[in-house]
Design a protein around this ligand. Structure first.
Ligand code: TMP
Length: 245
């Protein structure tokens, strides 16, 4: 059962999550919605159970990353769809990490999906729905005052450290981490520390079965492959089973 959040002040409703002012100062309440969207909101559907499973997967991964030295915004689970998180000022930048060619990278450079890259790619895109989240480089980011150069170095370093932790974690569950998107923010309290925020889930990653290549992520929704929630549940179960081995 999801807790009634009517008495919390709504701060922001996005495509897949809602943020409320938390019960304590500097805490927020983040609820994962069942809504699935793609192509900048053009394709939209309710997928019952998606919020719950993404909350569970994201908590699993954030807790694992915390245990391995990555600071995150996660405080505690409130209910099956909802978590308490630290209040942050989010960098208006999406950090995308790619181990293999897929999606927009394959399209942009004309490379077959699945091609292993010579090195891990880290890309930044400007979080701006009306512009379609365009790719942006360091000098463009600093020119627009979106972040300082030392922040970008720190985001890149953290993104690569996260990739190094998550690739083997997924692999022991028989899953290839093809690419993923991260968001970071600066803690509003007490010291402006940079924290990993938002979520890591099959909505924000490409996850392929290591033996069949089956897609276990939001590409099932984007590309009308069906069995979206079943695939997400499979990812969660495999992560849990992988922990036991
Ligand atoms: P892309 O190939 O479409 O650029 O996506 C790369 C990865 O980033 C993929 O795992 C999906 C994820 N992603 C998001 O989670 N949100 C976004 O807005 C975008 C553009 C990508």
């Amino acid at each position: 059962m999801s807790a009634d959040l009517n008495h919390y002040k709504l701060l922001y409703e996005g495509k897949s999550k809602i943020l409320y002012q938390g019960p304590e100062e500097n805490h927020l309440v983040m609820r994962f919605k069942d809504t699935a969207t793609a192509y900048n909101g053009e394709k939209k559907e309710e997928l019952p159970g998606k919020g719950r499973i993404n909350r569970a997967i994201s908590d699993f991964l954030f807790s694992y990353l915390e245990e391995h030295g990555i600071a995150t915004h996660l405080i505690e689970v409130m209910d099956e769809n909802t978590v308490h998180v630290k209040n942050t000022v989010i960098f208006p930048i999406e950090v995308i990490v790619r181990n293999r060619a897929a999606g927009s990278f394959s399209k942009r450079y004309g490379i077959a999906e699945g091609e292993v890259l010579h090195n891990t790619v880290v890309e930044f895109s400007y979080k701006n729905d009306s512009l379609g989240d365009p790719l942006i480089n360091d000098s463009q980011i600093t020119a627009l005052g979106l972040a300082e150069i030392q922040d970008l170095d720190s985001l890149r370093e953290r993104a690569l450290a996260i990739n190094k932790l998550l690739c083997p974690l997924f692999l022991r569950s028989g899953i290839i981490l093809v690419d993923f998107k991260l968001e970071f923010g600066r803690a509003a309290f007490p010291n402006g520390e940079i924290l990993l925020c938002d979520e890591i889930s099959p909505d924000s990653c490409r996850l392929w079965d290591v033996s069949t290549g089956a897609k276990l992520d939001k590409d099932r929704f984007r590309r009308d492959l069906g069995h979206v929630i079943e695939a997400y549940r499979d990812v969660y179960q495999r992560l849990i089973d992988g922990k036991k081995t």
